[in-house]
Design a protein around this ligand. Structure first.
Ligand code: ADP
Ligand code: MG
Length: 238
């Protein structure tokens, strides 16, 4: 399960209304991309969903249950950080198992889950290496593995590929899409890259200055943009 509903979600930092008010329904199993220019509030919106920031007002429901004030660990969501968030002194196996260990899960269950995740991510032969002995793409997969083992209701990605070179980015984009097809778990993916949005999303949320300009499938946005901002943004990949 992984339905997420935002109702009149607002966030201000001091005097500044970064997100004046957002209503959005994300259905279970959808691949949703938040796209928009730098500084438009994508990360803030994701962090509100994750519980890493408190809403100023409005409500967030996860699978129909009120979650607005739940701490991140109680939301059943997994935020995938960029690969540099790995522990350099731990093996891949220990990095992936870390959240399970923190949750007090038995060694046997930890091992079973780590090995399942490693299989899905083609990391089985790398489990005893350390992050420094992996390529950028492999490190990114370890970061994803650490989210998968928790079997979350949804994965939240914040520009996970921005540190990778262009060729690797294309491959990882494909891998994340395939991961979504095999797990069928809700994914929310933040990017400022129109091409990523158009190629990966079931549903794109176009943000501009903390407001939603349009929500729709890549084809809908391409063929029926509601305004010049959406047309310009979707129509002119950098
Ligand atoms: P994006 O991810 O789309 O680039 P962000 O969500 O990071 O945008 O930021 C949106 C706006 O909110 C920016 O103007 C940023 O400076 C501001 N902002 C983000 N976090 C904070 C914070 N903790 N305190 C003050 N302003 C913030
Ligand atoms: Mg950001």
């Amino acid at each position: 399960m992984g339905q997420i509903q935002l109702s009149a979600v607002r966030k201000s930092f001091g005097e500044v209304d970064v997100i004046p008010g957002i209503d959005l329904m994300i259905e279970d199993g959808e691949f949703v991309v938040f796209v928009g220019p730098s500084g438009c509030g994508k990360s803030t919106l994701l962090r509100l969903i994750a519980g890493l920031e408190d809403t100023t007002s409005g409500t967030i429901a996860i699978d129909g249950k009120e979650a607005t004030h739940l701490p991140p660990a109680k939301r059943g969501l997994a935020m995938v950080f960029q690969s540099y968030a790995l522990y350099p002194h731990m093996t891949v196996r220990k990095n992936i198992a870390f959240p399970l260990k923190m949750a007090g899960m038995s060694e046997a269950e930890q091992t079973a889950r780590v090995e399942r995740a490693a299989k899905v991510l083609n990391l089985t032969s790398y489990l005893d290496r350390r992050p420094g002995q992996l390529s950028g793409g492999q490190r990114q997969r370890v970061a994803i593995g650490r989210a998968i083992v928790r079997e979350p209701a949804a994965f939240l990605f914040d520009e996970p590929l921005s540190n990778l070179d262009a060729a690797l980015r294309v491959g990882m984009r494909q891998e994340i899409t395939e991961l979504h097809q095999s797990l069928k778990t809700t994914m929310i993916y933040v990017t400022h890259d129109q091409v990523e949005a158009m190629t990966m999303a079931d549903k794109i949320v176009v943000l501009n200055a903390g407001r939603i300009e349009q929500v729709g499938s890549p084809l809908e946005l391409y063929h029926r943009p509601h305004n010049l901002f959406v047309a310009g943004f979707i129509g002119s990949p950098k």
